[in-house]
Design a protein around this ligand. Sequence first.
Ligand SMILES: Nc1ncnc2c1ncn2[C@@H]1O[C@H](COP(=O)(O)OP(=O)(O)OP(=O)(O)O)[C@@H](O)[C@H]1O
Ligand SMILES: [Mg+2]
Length: 316
Amino acid sequence: MATILEVQNLKKYFQTPGGELHAVDDVSFRMEEGTTLGVVGESGCGKSTLGRTVLHLHESTGGKIFYKGEDVTHVDKKKLRELREDMQIIFQDPYSSLNPRMSVSEIIKEPLKRKGGRSNEELEREVERLMDLVGLAQRFATSYPHELDGGRRQRIGIARALSLNPKFIVCDEPVSALDVSIQAQILNLMKDLQDQFGLTYIFITHDLSVVKHMSDAISVMYLGQMVEKAPAKELFYHPVHPYTKALLSAIPIPKVDVERNRILLKGEITSPVNPKPGCRFAARCEFASEECRNPQALEEVKEGHFVSCCRCKEFV
Ligand SMILES: Nc1ncnc2c1ncn2[C@@H]1O[C@H](COP(=O)(O)OP(=O)(O)OP(=O)(O)O)[C@@H](O)[C@H]1O
Ligand SMILES: [Mg+2]
């Protein structure tokens, strides 16, 4: 498999009145074409900022981004336009990201129209094809977003994201606003589309159970940093980082022979503004010691399983 995306020491800092907010701080990972990387963590840990920075919707503060082998960290307008076609985003709430005054057909058509080069008739045919692709009946072509339920609205968001034949999609909580029964339908659709077009997904969610079946690998973020990354099953069944264990303990997993007691996190979340060196989770970690004040990088504890914790060897 070919590497499609490589991110090295990526940083995105925001200037705030209180100082520099480290939303994404030294994150590195690599993705093979056609795979899904699940990105999980609590609200504010930097998942969306990571996704948006990879897509050049935010300018990075530091680090490097390689896409299809090319350094795209800093690009000119022409290259940016090219990347924006190839790399798309699907949002959590399709309602707020879809223009309420445009019909379904107009919404899906818009990116194609902007790109140009197609006659009206070709555009109409393309919209029909995209609606079929995402399972939206043609009778909804003239409907407006508010007339449709959440699942159908998300199908519009997906059709629109697919309209320019992208290869890479950041899915930012795409099912979090949907009922559980509809979540499964949308996840299945996304999986089918991935298989059909060889798409690569970064799948962002705060809900670990959603990415379990979707992801090849899962990375856990805490305050702007990746604290653990492993193949999906490995992460679920052999978590190492105390934070990952706490996250996993919060979801009920039936028929697993490991005993799972709910771990309740105590202590305050450290501020992402001007963070000190050392483990950012230490303030809430029951295993924290003096050593945790030292800077800590991801270490490979088993093949493909990386953990950022000075006691990770003990916890494997
Ligand atoms: N444009 C911005 N300006 C200043 N700070 C920002 C900006 N965007 C995000 N942040 C801050 O960056 C940090 C990461 O935010 P981000 O939205 O990436 O988190 P998240 O993991 O996606 O959270 P959620 O699960 O709530 O969507 C937060 O502390 C947030 O307040
Ligand atoms: Mg977010």
